[in-house]
Structures are given as structure tokens and as C-alpha cells.
Ligand binder design. Structure first.
Ligand code: ADP
Length: 262
């Protein structure tokens, strides 16, 4: 017969009594898997026609017969759709990976320098980006996932804070954990939105996020990536002042490099 998946819970009750609860979650898991496969397939299928469209648009932009404004509007929209599809693919890739390689060492100095440089380009030099890292602090895990998590948080800080303000990225030891933080001086987030921010497509201000080109998937990606590294996102925000997004990497996943030489 086919195998079933049971979720078992043991609960203590009364004096020395135990209650065993079993729930058949086979169908639930199958449906969840189908949903994930569907999203992965759809985003994969959308990628090809989009690339073709982008190619033709590039050619049209060079033709003198074309209306420049219309071509540029089409190019913008295709670019938006392309980044949405890319984010969907990243999210579904991260969702299906159940276990990360505990042996893979991520060079955090390299990852964060790259994230910093990309954010600098995104901000077009309009923000003061401060990178405050411990160069001897690295970690074990999945590089694509950790890079996406850090990049999404830093990109958001740039998107949601005005020109001329500071965005501070830090990666340091805090007690025996590795602590990552991004602090911005942006508009902040009202308390009631905070618990829902990591939901797929949840955005505080839809119109505003559309302008910044956001997909609404960034923080969902961050949440899944961190959960695979026994970590979770914490958010502190003061409306009108700014926000701080951070996470702690547990002691068993961090690497403290010996800097002294023999
Ligand atoms: P998006 O692609 O819309 O940025 P995210 O999942 O990355 O989607 O973020 C979800 C929402 O959280 C954003 O639409 C925005 O409203 C809010 N948000 C995220 N980061 C910040 C930040 N640093 N400051 C203020 N609001 C933020």
C-alpha cells in the first residue's frame, strides 16, 4: 500500500498521563508540493517569452519610426515582469530546498561587499552606505540563500528611505552568535503591518511599491532562506524615523577565522 505521512504530537495531561495525537497530513503535503511545482514551472515558462520580448524591444528602440515614450514604457514593464519572474523562481528554489549543506563555508566578506556594491548602484550614489563588518566572521550554509536574504534587506533599505540618508549594514559577533543588521533612516513601518511583511505579495503601500519596482516577494524569500539556517528575521521600526531588519546566525553555523600567523 502507499505510504502515509503522519504528524504526531505527544501532550502531557493530568498526573503522568500522556495523550498521543496523530494527524494524516499526506494530502496536505501533496497539495503543498503541487503548488510549489506549479509556481516553479510557471515562472520557468514565463522566462523564455519575456527574454524574446526584451530582445525585440531593444531593436524597436533603435528604430527612428518608433515612438520613444511607448517603447520606453514597454521596456519598463517588461523589465518589471522579468524581475517578478526572477523573484518567483528564487522563492520557489529556496522553498523546495529542505536542507542546506552544513559543510559549505560562505565567505561573508565577499558576499557583503558584493551586496554593498549592488546597493550602491541601485541607490545611484544617493545614499550613504556604511559597511561595518568583522572580516574574520564567516558562516556555513547555502550561499545563494544567504546572499538573497542580505541583498533583499539592503535593497529594501535603499528603496524605502530618502536620498541623502544613511543605510548601515553590519555583520559582527554578538555573544556567541553572528549578527546581521540593516538600519535605514526611512519612512518606517506602522506596528500593525510588521507581522505580515514576510507574507508573499504583502506590501504596506501597493502603489508606492509598484513605483519602486518591488515584487512583494523579497521578505518571503528572506524568511525562507533564514529558516533553513535556524534563524529568523526580526524587525524594529519607528514610523517617520527608520527601520532595522536583522537576524542572528546560531553559534554552530558561524566560523571565526584565525587571523594570527605562526
Ligand atoms: P517589495 O518588493 O514590495 O519591497 P518585500 O517583501 O521586500 O516587497 O517587502 C514587503 C513590504 O515591506 C514592502 O512593500 C514595504 O511596504 C515594506 N518594507 C520592506 N522593507 C522596508 C523598509 N526598509 N522600510 C519601510 N518599509 C519596508
Amino acid at each position: 500500500s502507499e505510504s502515509r505521512l503522519l504528524e504526531i504530537r505527544i501532550m502531557a495531561y493530568g498526573d503522568n498521563q500522556k495523550l498521543l495525537l496523530a494527524r494524516d497530513v499526506t494530502r496536505l503535503r501533496q497539495l503543498e508540493e503541487m503548488r510549489r511545482d506549479f509556481v516553479a514551472n510557471v515562472s520557468h515558462e514565463l522566462k523564455t517569452p519575456l527574454t524574446v520580448l526584451q530582445g525585440y524591444l531593444e531593436m524597436m528602440a533603435m528604430s527612428p519610426a518608433m515612438d520613444e515614450k511607448q517603447v520606453s514604457a514597454m521596456t519598463d514593464q517588461t523589465q518589471r515582469m522579468k524581475s517578478l519572474v526572477d523573484q518567483l523562481l528564487t522563492l520557489s528554489k529556496i522553498e523546495v530546498s529542505t536542507q542546506v549543506d552544513p559543510e559549505h563555508r560562505i565567505d561573508m566578506t565577499e558576499v557583503l561587499n558584493q551586496v554593498h556594491d549592488e546597493a550602491l548602484a541601485l541607490s545611484a550614489g544617493k545614499h550613504q552606505l556604511v559597511l561595518d563588518i568583522d572580516p574574520g566572521l564567516h558562516m556555513y550554509g547555502d550561499e545563494l540563500q544567504i546572499r538573497s536574504a542580505c541583498a533583499n534587506l539592503v535593497q529594501n533599505a535603499v528603496h524605502y528611505s530618502p536620498a541623502g540618508t544613511e543605510v548601515r549594514i553590519s555583520w559582527r559577533r554578538l555573544g556567541d552568535v553572528g549578527r546581521f543588521e540593516v538600519q535605514d533612516c526611512g519612512e518606517g513601518i506602522a506596528l500593525e503591518h510588521i507581522p505580515r511583511l514576510t507574507e508573499r505579495f504583502y506590501r504596506v503601500d501597493r502603489a508606492r511599491s509598484r513605483q519602486t519596482g518591488g515584487s512583494g516577494l523579497g521578505l518571503a524569500i528572506v524568511k525562507h532562506a533564514l529558516s533553513h539556517h535556524n534563524s529568523q528575521l526580526d524587525i524594529h521600526s519607528t514610523p517617520g524615523k527608520g527601520s532595522r531588519f536583522g537576524f542572528s546566525i546560531p553559534a554552530n553555523l558561524i566560523v571565526v577565522q584565525q587571523t594570527e600567523k605562526a
